[in-house]
Design a protein around this ligand. Sequence first.
Ligand code: IYR
Length: 222
Amino acid sequence: MTAHLPLTDFIEYPQDEMLKRAQDNYQQVKRRHSIRSFSDRAVPQAIIEQCILAAGTAPNGANHQPWHFVAISRPEIKAQIRQQAEALEQAFYAGRAGEEWLTALKPLGTDANKPYLEHAPWLIAVFSQKRSEDEGEQKTNYYVHESVGIATGFLIQALHYAGLATLTHTPKPMSFLSKVCGRDNDNERPYMLIIAGYPAAEATIPQHATDKKPLHDICDFL
Ligand code: IYR
């Protein structure tokens, strides 16, 4: 028999309150927008730590927790990331993306310049792990992509809830992040870079990004 504990921290709400909570949560998450103009105002590490702890509670395969987060605030490391990401993005926007992809990005107004990679106080690199080490033994991880995707979602939500603006960034290829973060090994792959901080005073959101599909387009009830 494996040890099990009683579930003591589940909170039951009356159903009218559940609906209100669900509505409130929707209104809160609706206010999360990807922005591309960050202030250089500092954000205490203690806030980032709590958000990463929240990400680490994500459901995942066999509870192997196949992730690692590298939270970067040092200006010289952010400068390296900006320089290398921009070099890749230049090739992407110069044609590597292909015509269809570039057309899809037009309404967002993005380009190869990524000043926010230096301006924002925090860059959080998320890595996935193929294997975990447990008391010196190597074990295979399961549902790695799903697990790390959920943890990244939790992280974005935690940062938003804390009061920070975010942007997801996936320069292609991302292998340079492994080197910059000192995680260049056979077991770990860079998954995503999350930029977090205060929005710059002039921050905007592309109108295109506010056009969300209605419920009947994204859901069936059977
Ligand atoms: N990584 C590039 C391009 C890009 C791709 C997608 I899909 C986006 O939704 C936004 C941007 C960039 O950051 O500019």
